[in-house]
Design a protein around this ligand. Structure first.
Ligand code: SAM
Length: 240
């Protein structure tokens, strides 16, 4: 299937064969994504149903229900402190191949890089290419870089983790095995080369994030996201 943009709706927005779009959704589709009447996009109801839809004025006309087999059962959003150099290109590409849903580049206290707007375009292009290559139904969403504090409050999710290699934190796999069944979304934060500051860790915990380990070795900032996704994807797909 060609890569199409997608939006999440609530099940109540479906009437007969139409999706009643909210104002912000319409703005996103027409102004941000620049879709016109007749253009196709995907709607997801967040509880496992996805439809191919065509934009018709203020509505989405449902064309067909989609059976998606290449996507992970649970949406994974990564908050990733930007590493130095071009390391983020590989992070975007490989995380896309591994099934990430959303990547939010984070400017943390110890982030060394403040990326240009061309970088964002480049990352989105890389994500689209990687999604196509790995035969995904969706192109992951790459956010504009935001501050750590903004990132902490971006998503509603029951399972929110912050990776921290120092200290006696439970392993991500152990935490996920305790709750994984039935979850819809998971948010995971990974720090930069210099790690998180103590204050950032405390703020994350206060915002509902649980500190987790990825094992006994300290991984590079660009390696940690692959480990997170590999662990979770293997667990989800092994149980499917
Ligand atoms: N300089 C930092 C230190 O000494 O703790 C290391 C930072 S590490 C290169 C970059 C990020 O990867 C960390 O902030 C953390 O989010 C993640 N990370 C690396 N290894 C980890 C591990 N074993 N467990 C959990 N998170 C890890």
């Amino acid at each position: 299937m060609a890569q199409l943009q997608r939006i999440t709706i609530s099940p109540q927005q479906i009437r007969d064969n139409q999706v009643v779009l909210e104002k912000e959704q319409l703005h996103y589709l027409t102004r941000v994504l620049r879709l016109s009447d007749g253009d196709k996009f995907i709607v997801m109801d967040g509880v496992g149903k996805w439809w191919l839809t065509s934009l018709q004025s203020e509505y989405g006309e449902i064309l067909e229900a989609l059976e998606v087999q290449t996507e992970l059962k649970v949406s994974i959003s990564l908050l990733l402190a930007l590493p130095k150099g071009n390391g983020f290109d590989d992070v975007v590409r490989i995380c896309t191949e591994l099934g990430v849903d959303t990547i939010v580049p984070i400017i943390s206290e110890r982030t060394l890089l403040n990326p240009s707007s061309q970088k964002l375009e480049r990352w989105r292009r890389i994500a689209a290419e990687a999604a196509e290559q790995s035969e995904r139904a969706f192109v992951p969403t790459i956010y504009e870089p935001v501050s750590f504090t903004q990132g902490l409050n971006l998503f509603e999710a029951e399972q929110k983790y912050i990776c921290e290699g120092r200290g006696d934190n439970p392993h991500l796999l152990k935490c996920w095995r305790q709750v994984g069944e039935g979850q819809l979304k998971i948010v995971i934060a990974i720090g930069p080369e210099g790690g998180w500051s103590q204050e950032e860790l405390e703020n994350a915990v206060n915002a509902g994030f649980k500190m987790v380990s990825l094992g006994r070795r300290i991984l590079r900032a660009v390696t940690a996201p692959f480990v997170v996704l590999s662990i979770l994807a293997a667990e989800m797909e092994n149980n499917s």
